[in-house]
Design a protein around this ligand. Structure first.
Ligand code: OOG
Ligand code: NI
Length: 497
């Protein structure tokens, strides 16, 4: 095929995300209600703030783009499943970024996020999928739940042969791209992998109950024939207003918004959800009855896992910014737990961050707490610059970071440069844990599933399963900031890039 017949991964990702959204609205009608509520809140926020420059910079997106999904989540059982999902997402321009150890929250899983990595692709469509993988070694062996889960997983095939052969072909094509005439089939077969499949289980109801009593997430992963998406998440411009609107419509909503408190200068990620629904499921009447016909699907039961979420994103924070966030979050969580003075959790969070996490752009930049993209305004600098003449190439900023940054901050104050926060594109492990816990009924305390508590993450085994390295998100933000600065130096005639 010639160059024009290939689809750009960014366009394919947009088509895929839209098809997934449509599928999920069909499968979970309440999710459609959520999207409608969020759109209403965004419209109201837009009209209330027309003319507010700071707000408008957050909303340079068109109204249609505003309501597009920003992420979804799937849970996988086997390393081989993750490997194929990695190949599938590569076609969509999504690559594994960041490692999330969920054992810190008592979940026998770890995760990565498949997302676009270049600023251009992120600007075109930032859709990402939070992808968890079971860590069977964290499920205790006694009682047989671990073996049962692995046995059920070994019997299922998540991917159609059509999809698999399409992946083989695509990987041989130019830059691993799909041809335009393959798009429809690819999206259809990819979505099949993530569909609810009419709620037909791959286990008997007894097997389901055994796994569920060990840990609900085990049953969610191992008892189904597909890696059903468990939620999708559109963006909201005002998550507190959206949460209130969800409550006003009578939705059962997560108790509180996860993440940092409400701020003038938003950082990281705030999220909330309506609670997972109890949905009808048809279980097999006999063990291993997968290949038999419909008559096997006799036993009615239910399963609670799928929900709808909303998110509001702020600035990506530096390592220092993250340390401060983690510290204040832990302190607020501790205070809320031992709460004596009647303040709500949200009030405690707000009070803990106030005065201790700077909330204006200039301070955030000066204290090197957030990543920014810098731009020249066109105004000429009047102060003398450091001597850049001898410095060329990528590492000019690394080697002279402090000198350059303090000079940059002066140029921002002089109006020669403007700083724009770089949006956080990733997730937060404790927020993710909060989302998980709100949407899975708790494991009974006597059957807590972690066999070896607190031994931490295992990034190299997740990378082994993926068959590639996981990109460090901070390296991407740092690169974007550095690139924008080099561009400024160049525009000011101070360095060659
Ligand atoms: C994933 C939960 C993580 C988020 O928004 O933090 C997540 C899951 O429930 O499988 O999506
Ligand atoms: Ni989510």
């Amino acid at each position: 095929p010639d160059a024009e017949s290939y689809v750009h991964a960014d366009d394919l990702r947009t088509a895929f995300a839209m098809a997934m959204s449509q599928m999920y609205r069909n499968e979970v009608p309440l999710y459609g209600d959520l999207v409608r509520i969020v759109q209403g809140v965004s419209q109201a926020a837009l009209s209330a703030s027309s003319g507010n420059a700071q707000f408008n910079s957050k909303t340079s997106d068109s109204p249609e783009r505003l309501s597009l999904e920003r992420h979804g989540a799937i849970r996988l059982g086997l390393p081989s499943e993750l490997r194929t999902v990695r190949r599938m997402f590569a076609v969509l321009g999504m690559y594994p970024v960041g490692y999330y150890d969920l054992s810190v929250a008592g979940l026998p899983m770890h995760a990565t996020c498949f997302r676009p990595i270049t600023p251009e692709s992120l600007a075109r469509n930032p859709f990402r999928i939070f992808t968890t993988l079971l860590r069977p070694e964290l499920v205790k062996a006694e009682g047989g739940a671990r073996d049962l889960a692995l046995q059920l997983l070994s019997r299922r095939t998540l991917f159609s042969s059509e999809l698999l052969s399409m992946l083989d072909i695509t990987e041989q094509q130019q830059q691993g791209r799909l041809c335009a005439d393959q798009t429809e089939v690819f999206i259809r077969e990819a979505l099949r992998t993530f569909s609810w499949a009419s709620g037909v289980a791959a286990s008997t109801i007894d097997e389901y109950a055994r796994l569920r009593s060990e840990h609900p997430v085990l049953a969610d992963i191992a008892c189904f024939r597909t890696a059903h998406i468990n939620h999708l998440t559109p963006r909201t411009l005002d998550i507190d207003a959206a949460q209130a609107a969800m409550v006003a419509e009578g939705m059962a909503v997560k108790e509180r918004v996860e993440g940092p408190p409400r701020r003038q200068c938003p950082i990281l990620l705030r999220q909330t959800s309506f609670l997972a629904l109890d949905e009808p499921v048809h279980f097999l009447s006999e063990q291993g009855g997968l290949t038999s016909g419909e008559e096997n699907l006799l036993v009615k039961g239910s399963h609670c896992a799928r929900f709808g979420e909303i998110e509001e994103r702020g600035a990506a924070v530096t390592a220092a910014g993250r340390r401060l966030y983690d510290e204040l979050l832990a302190e607020a969580t501790g205070t809320a737990r031992s709460n004596k003075d009647g303040r709500t959790h949200d009030e405690i969070l707000f009070d803990t961050f106030r005065d201790r996490y700077p909330d204006d752009l200039r301070e955030l930049c000066r204290q090197n707490l957030i990543f920014c993209r810098y731009r020249c305004t066109g105004k000429q600098p009047t102060r003398t610059s450091p001597d850049f003449a001898a410095l060329l190439g990528q590492d000019v900023i690394d080697r002279h970071e402090e000198t350059i940054m303090s000079w940059v901050h002066c140029l921002v104050d002089d109006g020669v440069l403007v700083a724009e926060p770089i949006t956080y594109e990733d997730f937060l492990p404790f927020s993710a844990a909060g989302i998980f816990q709100s949407n899975l009924q708790k494991a009974s305390p006597t059957t807590v599933s972690l066999s070896r508590g607190g031994e931490g993450g295992d990034q190299s085994s997740l990378e082994g399963a993926l068959g590639c390295a996981i990109t460090d998100p901070d390296a991407l933000y740092a690169r974007a900031q550095r690139y924008s600065l080099l561009k400024c130096l160049q525009d000011l005639g101070l360095a060659r890039v």
